[in-house]
Design a protein around this ligand. Structure first.
Ligand SMILES: [Zn+2]
Length: 144
């Protein structure tokens, strides 16, 4: 089941695969966030000094391939590494300038997954989002 525990262990796997040499200078927490339409994930620095990653709650559904969760976590971790929403020294002025996230992901062996993600987003995400949203709505109507 894709719950927050599953998400945490997936996160650890991706961290070790992607940025094993990057020391964690604070606690990084991860959990499922809201049912976003246009956002896959986000990272934010919390008041207690930890960094929190949130993943789109639609991704709990098995119809979303696991590699989408992997690329989403990897994307947020590159922001962390670049010093955005993390205690690390900020390396760039803006988090997405000059395609820096994808360049870093490619350098670290995630290029093929990025291609898969791109195709999936182009062809499958919107219809899937639409059907999951309406399932969710009717489910809420019947259970409330
Ligand atoms: Zn980003």
């Amino acid at each position: 089941m894709r719950d927050n525990n599953w998400l945490e262990s997936t996160f650890e796997t991706i961290y070790e695969k992607l940025i094993p040499e990057i020391e964690r200078e604070n606690e990084i927490t991860i959990r499922f966030g809201k049912f976003w339409k246009n956002k896959f994930g986000q990272i934010s620095l919390q008041k207690d000094g930890s960094s929190q990653i949130l993943i789109n709650s639609f991704f709990r559904n098995k119809e979303i391939p696991e590699y989408i969760i992997h690329t989403t976590i990897a994307h947020e971790l590159i922001h962390y590494m670049h010093g955005f929403q993390s205690p690390r020294e900020q390396q760039f002025r803006y988090p997405h300038q000059g395609n820096i996230v994808n360049k870093e992901l490619k350098k670290r062996g995630f290029g093929q997954l990025l291609e898969l993600e791109k195709n999936w987003v182009r062809t499958i995400w919107w219809p899937t989002h639409k059907s999951l949203s309406s399932q969710r709505k009717s489910h809420m109507i019947f259970t409330d």
